[in-house]
Design a protein around this ligand. Structure first.
Ligand code: HEM
Length: 148
């Protein structure tokens, strides 16, 4: 039962994190770039930032918890001797990439967001969104017993 609840919560968190970034990348960002108007992104972030971060935190907690169930005590989960071990390791890599991009954007780009730095933020948004979609592909791969 616990396992099922964790998968459902993990999937729910994924809809928020991935869906929010797809909306940002596919609808808000193109408009902001067209109008050269960073305010559109600020406005979206105001609503999404905390909710999105809570969803990411939920992903990390439920994801690590599921990993703990598959590999009790985290033993051998980085042994790369099964697709599960490989996919989970890749997901941890995606997480590091996401955190690096998010921190860089949050502390170095967003505070000084102007028309000139908008492009740099755009690359970050596209990067985090791409990683988010990869999370779903890898996660589904785990559920499907591998993607190949
Ligand atoms: C934003 C981050 C993440 C997203 C969007 C995401 C997305 C997903 C999705 C869509 C699934 C398939 C759900 C299913 O039907 O089973 C999944 C499964 C899984 N994810 Fe994540 N994930 C994220 C982060 C993580 C992290 C950080 C870990 C831990 C290292 C993790 C570990 C797992 C595991 C072990 C499964 C397999 C659960 C099962 O048996 O189905 N995920 N993930």
């Amino acid at each position: 039962m616990l396992f099922k609840i964790l998968v459902i919560l993990h999937t729910l968190g994924a809809t928020v994190w991935v869906g929010g970034h797809l909306v940002l990348a596919a609808t808000v960002l193109p408009q902001a770039l067209k109008q050269r108007n960073p305010d559109r992104i600020h406005h979206f972030e105001e609503h999404f930032e905390n909710f999105g971060l809570a969803a990411l935190l939920l992903q990390v907690i439920t994801g690590l918890w599921l990993t703990w169930i598959y590999f009790p005590g985290f033993q051998n989960f980085l042994a790369f001797d099964s697709f599960l071990s490989t996919y989970i390791a890749i997901k941890l890599g995606l997480l590091l990439g996401t955190i690096a991009l998010a921190l860089h954007a949050r502390f170095f780009i967003i505070p000084n967001l102007t028309k000139e730095t908008l492009n740099s933020l755009a690359y970050h948004i596209i990067g985090v969104t791409t990683l988010a979609v990869l999370f779903v592909i890898l996660g589904s791969g785990i559920r499907l017993g591998g993607l190949t």
